[in-house]
Design a protein around this ligand. Sequence first.
Ligand code: B12
Ligand code: SF4
Length: 455
Amino acid sequence: MNFRILLVDPICNVHRLRPKYLTPSLGLAIIASHLLEHNYQVKIFDGTINNSLTDFKKVLREYSPQIVAFTAYTYQIKSAALMAKICKEVNPCSISIIGGVHATIAPAETLKEFNVFDFVVAGEGELVIIPLIKKIISSEDFSRPDMERVVSCQQQEYFDLSKSLIPSWELFDLKKYKLYNLNERDHEGVSLGLNVTTSRGCPFTCTFCNRLFGNVFRYRSVEQVVHEIRFIIEKFNIKNFSFSSDTFTFDRQYVLKLCRTLLKENLAAKISWTCNTRVDCLDDEIIEAIKEAGCKSIALGLESGTQELLDKMKKNIKVANFEAVIKKLKKSGIKVMANFILGLPYDDEKSIQTSIDTACRLPLDSCSFSIFVPFPGSEIIKKLDQKLKFDNNWDLFSTQAPYYLYPHPQLSRKRVLFLHKYAYFKFYFRPRYFFIFFSRVNLWSIKDYLLRSIR
Ligand code: B12
Ligand code: SF4
């Protein structure tokens, strides 16, 4: 079918927000696979690796897409709107669609603020994209069909993950992306890696999180996941994976089955993988199974070193359990990365210091300190809503940005930003870390961050 669609991950030139190591957007690769299955022509412009608007205009002129569909995190939404405006200038008849994280957490607001988008899709794109494209095509002269401009599938239904297709990674220039190298034998510290979905949804209730895929935990069959891994190895010779799941080890029977199957199919020894989870979703059997199945590192959401704060944010984990779980992971040879959030509304100077001290005390391999960002959609923000005015500064909504957007009653912005930098310095400039910091390849991005902070 001669119907051309351009999928766009927007350009982002905001200071420090362009990570050095990138994986291509799993969301766009999935949307592309559904479009290709229906025989539409699809091209991808990835502004995270090509930030030239001249190149973007060139693609618009040469490929001349009838539909341009964007994905966007919150920090990219303004850039997506700017690019959609350019699309209309180059081809006034083209239709623009915005989907992804920001459109999902603030659909009506997105349309109101950025009228340049013809349609805003909230939720899992697999449910919507084909019917929407069909409606656009069947409308007169491919014009905007007379229908609701906010297309939301969030509340109604979840996408049945057994119907997932293998993401169309071949549309990306894969050699330009990098995932942290989880296999330390490779030189340079990074090599290409891809995200593979194992599950969506999270039943926990952390107040700072917007649970983008809802609170019902759903998983893909083990067979599908293993088939996708094998396919990626055979087609692209890629052996590094990041399992995309809100809480990878939530369903222990599922994880045990996945691990057994990776071993049985002789894949475990070939691959390196990482995942996100919580300390209360790990036990001896799971740790042993994931290690045997190729898990080289794990990211734990520890969030705070103060129990009272963890309780207030409804994280439902115990500081007292952190050390034992991390020691077990380390003993089995899995590298442990922890995430802490600094500057939450419940935080004060003392609790932030406690989080930093806790990070330094634990036997962690690396640590990420996020600045609290008031993303729309989380319980915290719903409660504070009236007090927050952001003046459309969405491009500052990054957890590693040098901005603190929340008007904290006790902590000044300057102080939180200072403590954020201090946290990294204190963690990585301990005698224990000083040497490996400059020699260990998988810490390069932190080194980069620190060097940029000093400049
Ligand atoms: C894995 C992950 C990462 C990975 C990989 C990201 C990548 N390139 O894919 C890494 C570690 C690199 C990462 C980095 C960051 N991340 Co991140 N990440 C995640 C996580 C855990 C899963 C993302 C994922 O793979 N989802 C699976 C795919 C399939 O979902 P999806 O892309 O959203 O696409 C679906 C729908 O949104 C929709 N859709 C998407 N695009 C489109 C387009 C159209 C046209 C349509 C119709 C539909 C549609 O359909 C898709 C299929 O259902 C999420 C949490 C979550 N549950 O989403 C956080 C999350 C997305 N990350 C977040 C953030 C803040 C970041 C950073 C900005 C951190 C920072 N520095 O501050 C960076 C930005 C990096 C970048 N490249 O821009 C926030 C975003 C919040 C926000 N409002 O913007 C989230 C929601 C976590 C959170 N709760 O705070 N991240
Ligand atoms: S932070 Fe993690 S565990 Fe908590 S609700 Fe969000 S995805 Fe679930």
